[in-house]
Design a protein around this ligand. Structure first.
Ligand code: FAD
Length: 436
């Protein structure tokens, strides 16, 4: 392939295909190198795909989507209680469905990469990039695991996802510290011979679907993280994601944690009689704004999860939109640099500059403080409050021969005890006001 290509994209995930599509549409010769047997074949994902940018870049009506998200639900789970907040706005039932859809990545990534190929990019699969080729510090190509597998091109886009061995191996970013990485395990479940069971259990019609998030010790024990359920067209994705250092310290494996989550009284009825058709595990970079490395180098850029562009703050888990947006801006910067015949980092700076103006960096910076705060309040947020809210609700609605005032006071006392009185409650509200 030597000298045929203007740019090589490492990884045909969301960031890689967005970059390839954007560059190919601007007339660059692009090669996408994907290690899986097809794009998405190796991709693990909850998940909800957020599509505002993809909608702009593609003939979106043809995209293989599962269901639009009609309900978001956040549950606090103690050992055997659930306290939940649920949102089902009428607007989400109407186009463009808040640009939030469940997808199966095996299908979606293949379709998205195909859009890049239709725009002129070349895709090779079953090929792993093993390192970068550099000349006097400048990135000038990639090494692959194929015989004679060196490929040279003026620009390399590193879109290899969170497990970014190529970028780390080339010292373009430090190895993520354990506290910045979550491990996620996920099962796709089907319900044999049970037509309509997803619609019935999740109260859905037509293409509507749900995104359920769970926190608290009933979700992942005392680990820092949570559980999730998403409905696909005919299957349900269920999983847990929590800090890798907690997984290492825990006396149960992530698989056991997922099984325990599935047997919680609030979860078990939703997944009863299901058969596991797919099991997968992956890491999620969670370091936020502070862990984003230098995004441009001479001859190369880093995009998507490889660059740590994931927002996970308990209310939002967004990586897909950031991956696509970063791939798009990186590609535009490369196209402009190519017009000027330049490959140096300074000529590619338009990429991080555009990202800083976009929702990507603004959202990451908005929540940069959050993980440390949650870590400091960990017992309160993951154990004491879920229990206190459930106990308070139980007291509030208690049916006996006492007047309501007694129950309301008991309920208030339970919550205030957990929060450390009104002062504690006010401090907590102030601390987390930006999240809500
Ligand atoms: P990836 O999607 O990981 O793609 C990287 C690609 O590169 C892969 O195809 C891989 O095979 C390929 N590759 C890697 N190394 C090489 C190599 N050396 N050579 C060749 N190819 C290589 N985000 C959301 O927005 N909503 C959600 O609901 C959500 N839920 C999630 C649930 C889980 C369990 C996980 C793990 C993540 C979730 N995310 C979610 C995050 C989201 O999946 C990522 O942010 C997004 O997929 C990042 O896209 P990417 O293109 O950067 O990386």
């Amino acid at each position: 392939y030597d000298d045929q290509f203007d740019a090589i994209v490492v990884g045909a995930g969301l960031a890689g295909s967005a970059a390839a599509l954007t560059m190919a549409s601007r007339g660059l010769e692009v090669l996408i190198v994907e290690r899986g047997s097809s794009p998405g074949a190796k991709n693990v994902f909850g998940g909800v795909l957020y599509t505002p940018t993809i909608r702009e870049l593609t003939e979106f009506d043809d995209a293989p989507l599962e269901r639009y998200v009609a309900e978001r639900r956040f549950s606090m789970l103690s050992r055997d209680d659930e306290t939940a907040v649920s949102l089902r706005p009428g607007e989400w039932h109407r186009e463009p469905h808040n640009d939030s859809y469940t997808v199966l990545r095996g299908e979606f990534d293949e379709w998205f990469a195909e859009q890049a190929v239709e725009a002129g990019a070349t895709l090779v699969t079953e090929t792993t990039v093993t390192g970068l080729v550099r000349e006097r510090g400048r990135i000038v190509g990639v090494e692959t695991d194929r015989p004679d597998g060196t490929i040279r091109a003026p620009y390399v886009v590193l879109a290899e996802g969170g497990n970014s061995l190529v970028s780390e191996g080339a010292n373009l970013k430090p190895t993520e510290s354990r506290e910045n990485v979550a491990v996620a395990v996920k099962e796709v479940l089907e319900f044999p011979d049970r037509e309509g069971v997803i619609e019935d259990r999740f109260r859905l019609v037509d293409d509507a679907g749900v995104s359920y998030h769970y926190f608290g010790e009933g979700a992942v024990g005392d680990a820092f993280g949570g559980g999730f359920i998403y409905t696909n067209e005919e299957t349900v994705s269920v999983g847990v994601a929590y800090r890798i250092e907690d997984a290492v310290a825990a006396d149960q494996s992530p698989e056991e944690t997922l099984n325990a989550f599935k047997t919680h009284p609030a979860v078990a009825p939703l997944v009863r009689d299901a058969r596991t058709v797919e099991y997968s595990a992956k890491t999620i970079p969670e370091g936020g704004a502070e862990s984003v490395p230098d995004l441009v180098h001479d001859g190369g850029v880093i995009v998507g999860d490889a660059a740590g562009l994931v927002l996970n703050n308990g209310v939002h888990l967004e990586g897909t939109n950031m991956a696509v947006e970063s791939g798009y801006h990186a590609a535009r910067a490369i196209a402009r640099a190519a017009d000027r015949g330049r490959t140096d980092a300074a000529a590619l700076r338009a990429y991080p500059e555009a990202l800083e103006q976009s929702f990507v960096v603004q959202n990451l910076e908005r929540y940069a403080w959050l993980m440390d705060a949650v870590e400091a309040d960990r017992d309160l947020l993951f154990e004491e409050l879920p229990r206190a809210f459930a106990d308070a609700g139980t007291e509030y609605f208690r049916m006996d021969r006492q007047p309501k005032e007694v129950h309301a006071d008991d309920a208030k006392d339970v919550v205030l005890d957990a929060l450390g009185g009104w002062t504690g409650a006010a401090k907590l509200a102030l601390r987390y006001r930006k999240v809500v």
